[in-house]
Design a protein around this ligand. Structure first.
Ligand code: FES
Ligand code: FES
Length: 152
């Protein structure tokens, strides 16, 4: 059995060696807010935080997360920055189909925790590996700026 800490709760699961964290979250724990896109670390839709750092859960072995704090889209709203970012996303009507948005939010929270008022260049650099087929990049940028401005 493997013990993981997810969104502040300890959970115990029986999982195969080497299974990516994404599938533990989705298939074993039914935390389906974290999305499968490319499965290869390129699109960002599966982004979660491990000890506060964004990680692509499709290529991150669940065993590497033992003893670390995992945060998913289901739990990020319970953090101060996560709450602000989710509110900004709603106010700016960021999502279109929504598929990429949990990953976008997780990357945005990590960025804003490191840099509370990022420039356009800093946003583009931090968010460039989170792809959006609907192309709502301007709305993502506006929402991140609105959190930065509200923090000043
Ligand atoms: S599904 Fe993980 S980066 Fe695309
Ligand atoms: S909102 Fe549709 S893929 Fe990003």
């Amino acid at each position: 059995m493997t013990e993981l800490t997810i969104n502040g709760l300890k959970v115990t699961v029986e999982i195969p060696d080497g299974i990516p964290l994404l599938w533990v979250l989705r298939d074993y724990l039914h935390l389906t807010g974290t999305k499968y896109g490319c499965g290869s670390g390129f699109c960002g839709s599966c982004t979660v935080h491990v000890d506060g750092e964004p990680q692509r859960s499709c290529i991150y072995s669940a065993s590497n997360a033992i003893g670390r704090e995992i945060t998913t889209i289901e739990g990020i709203g319970q953090t101060p920055m996560g709450e602000k970012v989710q509110k900004a996303w709603t106010e700016q009507n960021v999502h279109q189909c929504g598929y990429c948005q949990s990953g976008q939010i997780m990357s945005a929270v990590a960025l804003l925790n490191d840099n509370p008022n990022p420039s356009d260049d800093a946003i583009d650099e931090a968010m460039s590996d989170n792809l959006c087929r609907c192309g709502v990049y301007n709305r993502i940028r506006n929402a991140i700026h609105s959190v930065g401005e509200s923090s000043q």
